[in-house]
Design a protein around this ligand. Structure first.
Ligand SMILES: [Zn+2]
Length: 264
């Protein structure tokens, strides 16, 4: 079983410190994972503060779990900076966002946020593409798929070559070509292959995927759990059929994430 790092995990209600989840990871040779908070507004995740849950998991299992704090630029630059500082001080190594809630990361007004992220050597991880509606609270601020694609990060990614930007779900179903374009030009941009769109674009053998830069692609699952075994097999077969060597598979499953997380 190939060694893996899962770049796309979330805290789980009823599994404090992600103890149970860690045992499943052990079984499937997933040696580390990057855990992301959720947006607080609107959704009910079954936990009072998802960002604090991330901190708990990371504190309980350093070197196994790394974490990001979920921020919402709609709350304004000052509040966003406060949150980054608070959770950065608690040991989280990146920020996670859902631009679907109604902001465009390219806007100049957000420059102070990128400066702080760069100063703290944090990474940026963005949801991309369609997002599940919130059935529990239809009033939730969910504007559109609009800002949630790689090109909406072009400005900060060009300005801040030292910040690594990871596009979840391969940049989204309709916008996966933006991932291919940005990653081919900017070494500080990356994508994960998390389901649904991240897997969907590969299932459908969409044009251009073969040219994806091998050092900028990462394995992420949104908590595959016991599905890791099958997943591992499916991705190995799929990527091999696209011309990936065994070395490329190791980059995808493990080495690229290891580097970005700063694992020795
Ligand atoms: Zn996710």
């Amino acid at each position: 079983m190939i060694q893996k790092i899962d770049i796309h995990l979330h805290p789980i209600a009823g599994d404090p410190k992600m103890e149970k989840y860690l045992r499943i990871m052990d079984k499937h040779n997933v040696t580390a994972g990057l855990v992301h908070g959720f947006p607080e507004e609107g959704w009910d995740w079954g936990m009072s503060d998802p960002n604090e849950e991330v901190v708990e998991a990371v504190k309980a299992h350093p070197k196994r779990f790394y974490g990001t704090v979920c921020v919402n630029f709609c709350q304004g630059v000052d509040k966003t900076l406060d949150k980054i500082k608070k959770f950065g001080d608690k040991g989280l190594i990146g920020i996670k966002m859902f631009p679907n809630v109604g902001f465009d990361p390219n806007e100049d007004q957000y420059e102070p946020i990128w400066l702080e992220v760069e100063k703290r050597k944090m990474l940026v991880f963005s949801h991309c593409g369609w997002i599940l509606p919130n059935y529990k609270n239809p009033a939730m601020s969910l504007k559109s798929v609009g800002g949630a694609s790689p090109f909406h990060f072009e400005v900060p990614a060009r300005r801040h070559a030292n910040i690594n930007f990871i596009f979840a779900h391969f940049g989204g179903g309709a916008t996966y070509l933006e991932t291919l374009v940005l990653t081919s030009r900017l070494k500080n941009t990356f994508a994960d292959t998390c389901p649904g769109w991240g897997r969907w674009v590969f299932e459908n053998d969409l044009p251009g995927l073969k040219s994806m830069v091998r050092t900028q692609l990462m394995y992420g699952t949104d908590n595959a759990g016991e599905g890791y075994g099958l997943d591992d097999e499916w991705w190995s077969r799929k990527l091999t059929s696209m011309g990936f060597t065994y070395g490329d598979l190791q980059l995808y499953f493990y080495e690229n994430a290891k580097k970005i997380l700063g694992i020795a």
